[in-house]
Design a protein around this ligand. Sequence first.
Ligand SMILES: [Zn+2]
Length: 81
Amino acid sequence: MSRKSRPYLFYSTTSSVCTTCLRPVEAKILIKQNKVYMDKWCPVHGTERVLMSDDADYYRLCREVYVKPPEMPERFNTSMR
Ligand SMILES: [Zn+2]
């Protein structure tokens, strides 16, 4: 019995804060029935699901078009002699 049905599409992870204690938590972004949810997990308050968008296509378009991949880190504090 290894077959698991996943009723949602896992999209990515991000960092967020618990809305109860404002602790930084890891959040998973899920797409389910064309809605985008963020699942947060706080060690104190447990799982919290937040609706981010009710149009998954629009959300993905925004992410993929407007969010640039990270570029070179600005690191100038390495001493070079
Ligand atoms: Zn919390």
